[in-house]
Design a protein. Structure first.
Length: 134
């Protein structure tokens, strides 16, 4: 029984350390994302759209490419640079949410895949949240 308690305590310590050591989105490839969640507040369903630009900075030592940007829903449309981002430079991922046909609380996920010049890649998630009223 005493051995089991030591094993359980050790396991909990290892799990808590690994959870604490989790990286910030973009760290693996040398990217800093200004904000990964944008709350647009409340909009009317009849509005043409809500646009937000997610800022991304290349904090690495090699070029950083945005491989793809995929929204989970047809109500969000992304625009992003096709040219690699040089070290120290900034770029924007522009996302427009179209509220037509949406009602209530919304939480839209936009998946992004980044790759640096060293061949490391990382997928991360950007989000647009808010409320759509009729």
């Amino acid at each position: 029984m005493k051995h089991l308690r030591i094993i359980l305590i050790s396991l909990l310590a290892i799990l808590s350390i690994s959870a604490y050591a989790r990286k910030v989105p973009g760290d693996k490839v040398g990217a800093k994302i200004d904000n990964i969640v944008y709350d647009f507040g409340t909009v009317r369903e009849t509005e043409p759209g809500v646009t937000h630009e997610f800022g991304i900075t290349n904090t690495g030592t090699s070029a950083l490419a945005i491989i793809w940007v995929k929204p989970k829903c047809g109500c969000t449309a992304p625009e992003y640079p096709r040219k690699p981002i040089k070290p120290g430079e900034n770029a924007k991922i522009k996302v427009t949410f179209k509220p037509a046909g949406q009602r209530g609380e919304v939480d839209k996920d936009i998946r992004v895949k980044l790759r640096n010049g060293s061949g490391k890649s990382e997928e991360l998630s950007l989000r647009m949240t808010g409320v759509v009223i009729p």
